[in-house]
Design a protein around this ligand. Structure first.
Ligand code: NCD
Length: 259
């Protein structure tokens, strides 16, 4: 399994690598910073090179949403999407579906808020594609500048977090993705937190059974307090832990049985 991550990653890449080694696969880690990408090598030539070395499966993360499909076409081997631009992050969606099922016993009928920088989030778009099909009702919440410009999913969108909190089972927080040009419209982290951050005060407005989730990396004090991230409602580390078996399953279904 070769990992081609053209954007930074902690959880996704490491859990793919751990998943591969648990399945007995060997890992070829490609790092654009120290590789020939820095000498001008194209994505296509990088994919062809790693395929020529005998990779049976590629895991690709790239700022271009089409990169995984292109890599699959060029390489002819299965490609797993490790995060495609702003479009989707399918293994994160599977992880979160599993995490919700473990907590609630099923997904049908759950109500979820996705809060924060939805406009720039591939995680949110992946969830919007998959989770409603499993019965989850999603509402998007954030400042107007961080909500998507169009709503092909037909979900509710709101900029008033406090009015939504009391009614939901899941509060799914997102980081402000400044590297994608996100501008919250708030001057400073404290002002953003007071409008959209989750801490003990807003937790007290939530149902006792409601949970807090986040794909990571979290920014404590911006979208979530340390107390909430480390508290009883938080499923954040369970999401991380589920990354390994979920990615094992994805790799097994992509290349299991191959010699
Ligand atoms: C996210 C990503 O890169 O899409 N993190 C992740 O993979 N768990 C979200 C983010 O960077 O905010």
């Amino acid at each position: 399994m070769a990992t081609l991550f053209f954007e930074p990653s902690t959880r996704t890449r490491l859990s793919f690598e751990l998943a591969a080694s648990r399945l007995g696969a060997r890992v070829l880690r490609f790092d654009p910073e120290t590789s020939s990408t820095s000498k001008g090598e194209s994505l296509r030539d990088t994919v062809l090179t790693l395929t020529a070395m005998g990779s049976d499966v590629l895991v690709v993360r790239h700022h271009l949403a089409d990169a995984p499909q292109l890599a699959a076409r060029w390489s002819g081997v299965p490609v797993v999407n490790g995060g495609a631009g702003r479009r989707e992050h399918p293994t994160q969606t599977l992880i979160d579906a599993l995490t919700l099922r473990q907590r609630f016993g099923g997904l049908d009928g759950l109500r979820m808020l996705i809060v924060g920088d939805v406009a720039n989030s591939r995680v949110a778009r992946g969830h919007l594609t998959a989770l409603p099909a499993l019965g989850v009702e999603i509402t998007l919440v954030g400042p107007p500048s961080l909500l998507p410009g169009s709503n092909p999913w037909g979900v509710r969108m709101s900029s008033r977090l406090d009015e939504e909190l009391g009614d939901v089972d899941v509060v799914y927080l997102l980081r402000i993705q400044r590297e994608r040009g996100a501008v919250s419209g708030y001057s400073g982290d404290r002002a953003y937190f007071s409008a959209y951050g989750i801490g003990p005060e807003r937790e007290s407005m939530m149902k006792p059974s409601a949970v807090v989730m986040h794909p990571g990396p979290i920014n404590r004090g911006v979208e979530i307090t340390g107390a909430t991230a480390d508290g009883e409602r938080s499923l954040i580390l369970q999401q991380v832990a589920n990354g390994v078996p979920v990615r094992m399953a994805v790799l097994e279904s992509a290349v299991g049985g191959r010699k």
